[in-house]
Design a protein around this ligand. Structure first.
Ligand code: BG6
Length: 484
């Protein structure tokens, strides 16, 4: 296969929190894979910066271990690892004090792209941003990368945006939602805006409803006390599901350019209607044999935080008025799958005698684990016996359709970090988008608190609470099966 990798410009990337979990699990193994692919110039450098009292050798050893653990297949490439580690440096810095900042300044090459990854608690963003300027490390060309959670409500998100805005222009800020870096999420845009077939049907005349499911099999064990302050609504819906909803519902931007795309996404979020309390179901997974319940994982026997949410939303605009969008996400469900299904309306009249089934075209887009698309179409069942109709999927599993090229799928973090270096903000959330998403989410969460809403228990390995099924059943619809 001809390599399509285009090397990025030379850069110095500073990772604050460079010894942390995210850096070890995702950021550095991801960068290592980009290095092996030839995308990282040999002169580029990654500078870990954290409180730990390490030197560069100690840091290289730490990352060597991280790559062995989280680097996947490539972690057996000993020569590659040595070469990659050679590009790593480390500085001990005190985010709240003066230690290490002058050393960091001396290490940076100002003539190349400079990016600063804040892989730290949001409460430190202000301290880091301030010191980057005081010590003249960052300038108007630097880029700063921040992670979710970006706030826990509108007020805190606004405060974070304001803190960053004191030191950086919006064009320098890269807010990561790793769902936007997933291959198939970008394919949503390609499918919608690169084909003639779908656009004429992509509206309330032809679409009955849209389902977005992000189901996980893992629980919150190990991060229960953190997760419990957040819950599925803040952890998944406000960001990941919201981004998927935007991409499926937005108008075509005039060009594939960062602000044009983000303007259209913002319009979707702003058109989202408040959600009626009876249109949301929250759940908590129950214990199963030796498997702990959500409450046990969260180490709080009285917590009302949800590990599952299902809801019915509406977008009030010309394209989507009257079309329900059903969103659902949860932990400890039947299978790990993320899927978007566009369910088209019934024909309304069948010319085939005896054919009473409701045939529906469904475009199902799987984001993970098996990336692909299926279009359900109705055909004649082969053989004698008259015109018996049957629904079959036109299956386009990308691995089959694209062969070895499909395997060249870049992990979300890798793609996003390379986009930071390229200076492309299209797949990052703009400050106003994040705020609009919180403005829609806040009243939902406040409503639960005001009503002392108690999440429904659901069985581990199920599709969530019964009430979530009822959400669609009472409207004559049915969730698609959760299968991996
Ligand atoms: C994270 C959430 O943002 O996304 C986690 O905090 C969740 O709770 C994870 O498990 C899911 O990501 P992915 O890529 O595995 O679908």
């Amino acid at each position: 296969m001809v390599s399509r990798v285009i090397p990025v410009e030379d850069f110095d990337l500073v990772i604050f929190g460079g010894t942390g979990d995210l850096a070890r699990r995702k950021i550095l193994p991801g960068l290592f894979r980009r290095f092996l692919s030839g995308q990282m110039p040999e002169t580029s450098r990654i500078i870990g910066a954290a409180r730990s009292d390490l030197d560069t050798d100690g840091y290289r050893q730490l990352i060597r271990e991280a790559i062995a653990e989280f680097g996947g297949e490539e972690s057996s490439d000993a020569e590659g690892i040595d070469a990659f580690l050679g590009q790593l440096h480390y500085v001990t810095v005190d985010a709240k004090g003066d230690g290490g900042w002058s050393e960091l300044h001396d290490l940076i090459r100002f003539e190349v792209v400079n990016a600063f990854y804040f892989s730290v608690a949001p409460s430190l963003f202000g301290d880091l941003a301030e010191r980057l300027h005081t010590y003249k490390i960052a300038d108007a060309d630097s880029r700063v990368v921040v992670e979710k959670p970006f706030g826990r409500d509108l007020a805190s998100a606004k405060a974070l945006n304001a803190t960053l805005a004191e030191h950086f222009d919006e064009s320098q800020v890269y807010r990561i939602d790793h769902y936007l870096g997933k291959e198939t999420v970008q394919n949503l845009m390609a499918v919608r805006f690169g084909n003639m077939l779908f656009e004429p049907l992509w509206n309330n005349h032809y679409v009955d409803h849209i389902e977005i499911t992000v189901a996980e099999t893992v629980g919150v064990g190990g991060r229960g006390s953190y997760y419990d302050k957040s819950g599925a609504m803040r952890d998944m819906v406000q960001n990941h599901l919201m981004q998927l909803l935007c991409l499926i519902a937005m108008e075509a931007p005039s060009e594939f350019e960062s602000d044009a795309v983000r303007d259209e996404k913002l319009k979707v979020i702003r058109a989202l209607q408040p959600v009626e309390p009876h249109h949301i179901v929250r759940g908590q997974y129950d214990a199963k044999g030796d498997e702990p319940s959500y409450r046990q994982d969260a180490e709080d026997p009285r917590t009302f935080t949800e590990s599952f949410v299902a809801m019915r939303c509406e977008i009030a605009n010309w394209r989507w008025a009257g079309v329900p969008f059903y969103l659902r996400t949860g932990k400890k469900l039947k299978a790990r799958t993320s899927e978007i299904a566009v369910v088209f309306k019934d024909l309304g009249h069948s010319i085939f005698p005896g054919d009473e089934k409701r045939h529906r075209n469904i475009l199902a887009i799987q984001l993970q684990p098996n990336e692909g698309m299926q279009l359900q179409v109705t055909i004649k069942e082969p053989g004698p016996g008259g015109m018996r109709l049957v629904d079959v999927p036109l299956d386009m599993t990308f691995a089959e359709a694209l062969g070895p090229d499909a395997e060249d799928v870049t992990d979300a973090y890798e793609r996003l970090i390379m986009d930071v270096i390229r200076g492309n903000q299209t797949l990052f959330m703009r400050g106003d988008e994040v705020e609009a998403a919180w403005a829609w989410t806040d009243p939902i969460i406040e409503g639960w608190q005001a009503r002392h809403d108690v999440p429904k228990l659901y069985d581990q390995g199920s599709s969530g609470p019964e009430d979530a099924m009822a959400l669609m059943h009472r409207e004559g619809r049915k969730w698609r099966e959760i299968k991996g």
